[in-house]
Design a protein around this ligand. Structure first.
Ligand code: NDP
Length: 308
């Protein structure tokens, strides 16, 4: 991957290029699994309803799954699907030996409780890493056959951090945001790398001062450009998870992160852009998790796809 130095101080961490490399490594691993073990990893994605953003995500997931040489199974269910019907679909996929990964696209319609559905997915096929068993395995540092499937977005952030910084041991890390899908697992992953981790949130007092302590600052808030340049410690590595669409005038919109990019890039040592930073890593990590799940299902050691 080629990270590039920008005008002021920061190196731009090129997530798009890293994700492309990761997808290439996934594709090579899949070729080996097919050739040596007759194993084609399969990912099933279930979409309930017509949410336009979800449709775009599901299409990209299916396309990239096929490009990596894996089997993609798409299940589109109507908006009116009952919770029982969705649970029946999940049970069918749990029992299908050709399906190694199951992803139920969120958000779900109001009549369906997402936690109930996630809890019904076989934890060993839970390639989103949202099942409590996987959260618990991550929390307890389980390894080997019991190692967790890790949520894709924080896994992607960690890969970028390790690629850029190498050993993270002893670094002060601040994660802004405590959601189950990004903030909390991000904190656990950094703790496992022996960072000193602070998880900040909407009730954190003097957030700018907390952020200024960070050697690694991860923003997963969902508030456009909330983190300003003077919140960033000089030389820090900034990972911007936020994806916010804002008005760009003239009837147009543009994507920005949770970090005020130009200000932060003038102070940071390295920073991920939006778009082209964390975003492309999420699907690449989903493919990597599917390979991991397929290998474990066959009693094989999953390949190390981390190296950049
Ligand atoms: P959530 O809305 O679930 O969580 C947001 C977190 O930010 C909460 O913990 C909240 O705190 C905290 N927060 C909100 N306002 C403030 C504030 N003023 N100061 C400090 N903390 C605050 O969001 P997600 O974790 O799902 O997503 C975060 C961002 O990442 C979004 O922009 C989303 O679009 C993006 N995203 C990108 C992905 C990708 O790149 N592929 C994947 C997933 C998400 P509290 O808990 O106290 O309410």
């Amino acid at each position: 991957m080629s990270d590039t130095a920008v005008s002021a101080a920061a190196t731009v961490i090129n997530g798009k290029a890293f994700a492309q490399g990761l997808r290439g490594r996934v594709g090579s691993a899949v070729e080996v699994l097919k050739r040596d073990h007759g194993l084609t990893p399969g990912l099933a994605v279930v979409l309930v309803g017509e949410d336009p953003a979800s449709q775009v995500y599901v299409r990209s997931k299916g396309k990239q799954t096929v490009e990596a040489g894996m089997n993609s199974y798409e299940h589109r269910l109507p908006e009116t699907t009952s919770q029982d019907a969705l649970l029946a679909k999940v049970a069918e996929l749990n029992a299908d030996p050709a399906v190694h990964g199951i992803l139920v696209q969120l958000p779900l319609p109001a009549q369906i409780d997402a936690q109930t559905v996630i809890a019904a997915i076989d934890p060993n096929k839970d390639v989103d890493g949202f099942h409590v068993i996987n959260a618990g395995r991550l929390m307890t540092g389980a390894t080997g056959a019991a190692a967790p499937l890790v949520p894709c977005t924080p896994l992607g952030c960690l890969m970028l951090l390790k690629h850029h910084l190498g050993n993270l041991s002893g670094l002060d890390a601040v994660v802004v945001g405590r959601s189950n899908i990004v903030g909390k697992p991000m904190g656990q992953l950094l703790l496992a790398e022996s960072c000193t981790v602070t998880t900040a949130h909407s009730r954190t007092r003097d957030l700018p001062a907390v952020c200024r302590r960070a050697d690694i600052l991860v923003a997963a808030v969902g508030r456009p450009e909330m983190i300003r340049g003077d919140w960033v410690k000089p030389g820090a590595t900034v990972i911007d998870v936020g994806i916010n669409r804002i008005d760009a005038g003239g009837g147009k919109t543009r994507l920005v992160g949770d970090v005020a990019y130009d200000e932060a890039a003038a102070v940071a040592g390295a920073i991920t852009p939006v778009p082209g930073g964390v975003g492309p890593m999420t699907i690449a990590c989903l493919l990597a998790n599917t390979v991991t799940a397929a290998c474990r299902a066959q009693g094989l050691t999953p390949p190390d796809l981390n190296a950049g």
